[in-house]
Ligand binder design. Structure first.
Ligand SMILES: Cc1cc2nc3c(=O)[nH]c(=O)nc-3n(C[C@H](O)[C@H](O)[C@H](O)COP(=O)(O)OP(=O)(O)OC[C@H]3O[C@@H](n4cnc5c(N)ncnc54)[C@H](O)[C@@H]3O)c2cc1C
Length: 482
């Protein structure tokens, strides 16, 4: 039997259900990747994300070659390319791991139908999450909309099933691994219409395993505190690896739980808090899969929330200042510049910049969501949309509408000596610590000493936070504590 393994968000060999199953069942296995031309041309992804994906594919090509398999790639519409590949290579079966984005579900359904009409079998697998949406339901059978309830069920299910890890795939004796087509080098980033950019996170399965080990040997043990401090390397930075599936989430959960057996340094609370983040990831995946309309509209009605600022020059000016990290609020500016320079932003700062855009500047959250997707190395529809809806108080389990982060207080609390700010906003490097969170309070003399003239070297605040907050609350009909 000849099988194609269609790689998508699962660019790895280990704990890879589609690949393992194909290796078990087929005499000949052909690994395939399709560069989705319309998607790439739509530029919904960032250059960092595309560079990262190609890096993962390069490593995958080598790892597959080590097993004796030759990765084939095609460019075009996946609907046509997969069906055509199956016809050209006379495949009996196509294997893939499931994707839960609404457009991907539609695409996969069409491809499955087309293949089956041509007599080609399709085998699909759960991979991207530990539990799919249908596996974690409330007592009525409906999808859960509260994270705390979802988390409780998730753990019950984990303890009941303890999802096993698959052994690494082994090429069987006499198993063929590829087509007779000559091996063609992967396209370059430029071929795909993007620019080569330096990557702040190294791509690939080996790197994701190394980083996981490094994280679980150290930073995870003070994660509860460390995860909020953008100046330190206190989080796993595995998000792009999960996005492209160079690491399976099951492997991550097993490895994290495995630290409990390893010795006395382990802090249960810290490790479990990290796993909670993986559960947030699944929570948003199941929300997207159960309520696909969130991809293009708010989950809840915006009743009570103020309207966004109307389009026009003022809105554009404020939006541009936010994008460029020129708002006059150092933590917001550091975050946006980190995003623009590296493609990644610390989670605490993502929450602050999102709140600032939506509530201080009153700009629609969809503009922020889009901007993030076009810049993030880990841009992922479910996580990005879920978090933007959380910040805008329109999501399933959101921040209350009346809650508005104060960017200066957040900065004092989480970057107390301004190390993070100084790294990404160098014009503030010499500003004394007691002024770094609100440099607009500097006197003329302080500005001269710090070599930073306000309004020239660094902007004055584009809005007054206290006034913006009052306006936001006044314009809406928000219930709750103010
Ligand atoms: C406005 C906004 C937009 C975001 N957009 C994305 C996005 O496009 N892609 C993305 O992967 N994450 C997104 N996040 C979530 C979070 O910021 C990143 O997952 C996290 O910063 C990645 O760093 P890490 O891998 O070091 O995380 P860790 O702290 O090590 O967490 C481990 C993993 O858990 C998952 N995770 C952590 N926090 C969240 C969360 N809040 N929601 C969902 N999953 C989470 C990620 O897969 C992460 O790799 C967004 C958050 C906000 C506030």
């Amino acid at each position: 039997m000849r099988g194609i393994v269609w790689f998508r968000r699962d660019l790895r060999l280990n704990d890879q259900p589609a690949l393992t199953e194909a290796c078990n069942e087929c005499d000949e296995v052909i690994p395939l990747f399709v560069f989705d031309e319309p998607l790439l041309q739509s530029h919904v992804f960032s250059p960092a994300c595309v560079n990262f994906m190609l890096g993962c594919l390069q490593e995958l090509t080598t790892s597959l070659a080590g097993l004796g398999f030759q990765l084939q790639w095609r460019r075009g519409e996946p609907d046509e390319e997969v069906v055509q590949a199956a016809r050209e290579w006379k495949a009996d079966v196509v294997y893939w791991n499931r994707d839960y984005e609404p457009a991907a579900i539609d695409r996969d359904r069409k491809i499955q139908q087309a293949l089956m009409t041509r007599g080609v079998a399709v085998h699909t697998f759960k991979d991207h999450v530990v539990f799919e949406a249908e596996e974690i339901r409330g007592s009525t059978g409906a999808p859960l909309q509260r994270y705390s309830a979802y988390r409780a069920r998730w753990w019950t299910k984990w303890h009941a099933t303890t999802p096993p890890l698959l052994p690494s795939p082994v090429r069987q004796r006499n198993q063929q691994g590829g087509t007779s087509s000559p091996r063609i080098a992967l396209p370059t980033v430029e071929d795909l219409g993007y620019q080569t950019v330096p990557l702040s996170i190294n791509p690939g399965e080996k790197e994701s395993q190394r980083r996981l080990r490094w994280f679980l040997d150290g930073p995870v043990h003070c994660y509860v505190k460390g995860r909020n401090l953008p100046a330190i390397d206190g989080t796993s930075k595995l998000s792009p690896q999960f996005r492209f599936g160079t690491l399976s989430v099951r492997t991550a959960v097993h490895a994290a739980l495995g630290t409990f057996a390893a010795g006395s340094r382990v802090s249960r609370r810290d490790v479990l808090t990290w796993i909670d983040e993986l559960i947030w990831r699944e929570f948003f995946q199941q929300i997207l899969s159960a309520f696909p309309q969130v991809a293009s509209s708010p989950f809840r009605s915006k009743d009570g929330l103020p309207r966004s600022r109307p389009s026009g020059a003022e809105r554009n000016r404020l939006y541009a200042a936010w994008c460029e990290g020129q708002t006059g609020y150092p933590l917001v500016d550091a975050g946006m510049r980190q995003l623009n320079q590296t493609g990644w932003m610390h989670n605490r700062v993502r929450m602050v910049v999102a709140s600032f855009l939506i509530k201080d500047l009153r700009i629609d959250w969809q503009s922020g969501e889009r901007y993030f997707m076009q810049r993030l190395i880990d841009g992922d529809l479910a996580a990005n949309n879920g978090n933007w809806q959380w910040a805008s108080s329109t999501g399933t389990d959101s921040m209350p509408g009346y809650r508005i982060f104060n960017p200066m207080l957040q900065s004092r609390k989480f970057d107390p000596d301004g190390t993070y700010i100084r790294q990404y906003v160098p014009e503030l490097a010499a500003v004394p610590t007691h002024r770094i969170h609100a440099p607009h309070m500097m006197t003329q003399e302080e500005q001269a000493l710090a070599g930073c003239r306000l309004g020239t070297d660094y902007p004055l605040p584009i809005v007054d936070h206290r006034q913006a907050r009052e306006e936001y609350l006044g314009l809406g009909k928000l219930q709750g504590t103010r």
